[in-house]
Design a protein around this ligand. Structure first.
Ligand code: ADP
Ligand code: MG
Length: 387
């Protein structure tokens, strides 16, 4: 849908025009997976796909939530904005953002008629949820004149995800959606929130995203299990060396303290995190030096570690990645996002992209009975006003 079509859809739903429109993107993480809530580095980029919010004030002191992607409509009194809706209602994502503004002492005294539309496939690991949270936070910040910076808006989005969706995620997704820049990836230290925008100049190579379309994805329970296992590793390491988060440890330091992690699962989770933080640093350095081959190899190692130590890949993502690894001209391929279902991200030489799509698609279908979907990622800008 283009903006004119979105405006028309808004008018059809609410019998009036939207006064404001904002956009915030989904993201694809190039490397640095499951490191964000462990205080490590990540390297995501914003996509040109994302979520739009259209809105205008109303006179009925209600927040009306509609989405062109999902039929269910929610209408809430201004007094009902601080508790989540039951049954995993989609409106919990924007509602959670309203609740965060209220928690920060911002009174919501005005009703709004809101409509969303997004073109990030939902549940595919490209963070349609963060796009929705950040676009809502961005819109409220503008309309209420609260003056929060982009990092604060990302924190508001993450808190909404924690408290209203029950997913104890790190800051990466919301940060990337808020701070994205066209043709750049964000090298983010999730402990300090210091970041650097690194140009993604890939001569003759494209970032290709492949969607497993698997019905399985990392549910909030399995995600929160990983968070707890990492916390356990931190606690056990603290019996021999004080640390705040796993990412503080270099690989050499980890070798000295790993014996303290008596829980076998927690040990493997920690090994992934420490290795992935190093791979992310190495990958960014490689990109800055123009060594895309090395970047690709590190992506492959990232996938293997997520498969063997972190155990968040699953048969569909493994099938896509291993099919990609066999194609000449593929520099690297790995799962991206939380895991299980969702997407892989690959670096593919321009001239083999059609072969890549054909061969990987065919092998994936042969192995899983499912059909994958491919697109060439365009790295777009972060949250902004459209109208
Ligand atoms: P991901 O963030 O990887 O896309 P999640 O499971 O975290 O997957 O978030 C997907 C959920 O976010 C959807 O099930 C839906 O509840 C909500 N959502 C995202 N985009 C929209 C949209 N445009 N309209 C309504 N709900 C949406
Ligand atoms: Mg999400």
């Amino acid at each position: 849908m283009n903006i004119e079509q979105l405006k028309a859809a808004y008018e059809a739903a609410y019998q009036k025009q939207a006064t404001d429109i904002f956009f915030s993107p989904g993201r694809v993480n190039l490397i640095g997976e499951h490191t964000d809530y462990n205080g490590g580095f990540v390297f995501p980029c914003a996509l040109s796909f994302g979520t739009y919010i259209l809105l205008s004030k109303n006179e009925e002191s209600k927040i009306n939530f509609r989405s062109l992607n999902i039929d269910a409509v929610y209408s809430l009194e201004l007094s009902e904005l601080t508790a989540p809706l039951p049954n995993k209602a989609w409106a919990n994502y924007p509602l959670g953002v309203f609740a965060q503004f209220i928690k920060r002492g911002i009174a919501i005294t005005q009703g709004y008629d809101i409509m969303f539309w997004g073109n990030v496939p939902a549940g595919a690991g490209l963070s349609s949820s963060a796009a929705m949270e950040v676009v809502t936070a961005y819109a409220l910040n503008e309309l209420l004149g609260t003056g929060y910076d982009l990092t604060e808006l990302a924190k508001i989005g993450r808190a909404a995800e924690h408290e209203f969706a029950g997913v104890m995620c790190g800051i990466m997704d919301q940060f990337a959606s808020a701070h994205g820049r066209a043709d750049h990836a964000i090298y983010l230290n999730c402990d300090t929130l210091n970041y650097e925008l690194v140009p993604v100049k890939l001569d003759g190579v494209k970032v290709v995203v492949a969607n497993t379309h698997s019905p399985h994805h990392l549910d909030s329970g399995s995600f929160n299990d990983r968070v707890r296992q990492c916390q356990l590793a931190v606690e056990q390491i603290n019996t021999v060396r004080p640390i705040k988060c796993l990412a503080e440890l270099s690989q050499a330091e980890f070798l000295q303290v790993e014996h303290a992690i008596t829980d076998e699962v927690a040990h493997r989770r920690a090994r992934h995190v420490v290795g992935e933080v190093q791979r992310t640093k190495d990958a960014v350095e490689a990109l800055q030096k123009g060594d895309i081959d090395l970047f690709g190899k590190l992506m492959n190692q990232s996938h293997e570690s997520l498969r063997d130590d972190y155990e968040v890949t699953g048969p569909q993502l493994d099938a896509l990645a291993s099919a990609a690894w066999k194609v000449d001209g593929v520099l690297g391929s790995r799962m991206t996002g939380g895991g299980f279902g969702g997407c892989t991200v690959s670096l593919v030489r321009d001239e083999v992209i059609p072969t890549f799509i054909e061969k990987v698609g065919l092998e994936y279908t042969n192995q899983t009975g499912l059909t994958a979907d491919f697109y060439i990622a365009e790295i777009g800008d972060g949250a902004h006003r459209v109208l």
